[in-house]
Design a protein around this ligand. Sequence first.
Ligand code: ZN
Ligand code: ZN
Length: 176
Amino acid sequence: MNIDLTAVLTHMDEHFDVECQLDMDVFQLGTEAYPILNKKPFTLNLSNVMGQKLLICGKTDVTLTVPCDRCLEDVEITLPLTIDYEFQIRQEQIVPDADEEYSFFTEDYRELQPDEMIHDEILVNWPDKVLCRENCKGICPVCGQNLNKKDCGCDRVVLDPRMAKFQDIFNEFKEV
Ligand SMILES: [Zn+2]
Ligand SMILES: [Zn+2]
């Protein structure tokens, strides 16, 4: 669903609340696709300020399924998203930003694409680390067993001689 911006661009000092519903079912990040679990409608507030500025504001949250970084089990994460943009208007048209290209407008800057906007917000809020639990034990590098479920009993203590050397250097460094 696209939002036609004509009304807000042509009506000085008017505010519009637009109900948005996401079309996308997955969040695509490179070659990965993460399912979106909730798609509740949210409101975008569009304001024309003195025919000079267009303000776009809104708040929502999105819940996605993402694999745990360590054990790869699915984890549900909820990202609170805050939309807050300001654009210049001249002669009832958005002035494209010289430094930044916004993917959520159509090419002629007359329509807004909420899916693209939410995609960008998810990207900005993407967590550095996703863990199913604080002390997730991960998977066994030898046999692939999920170690949260059971211990496979593999011998996983492989001391790489090169790593041992680094450890020595690190310890010396600490003592200085
Ligand atoms: Zn895990
Ligand atoms: Zn194992």
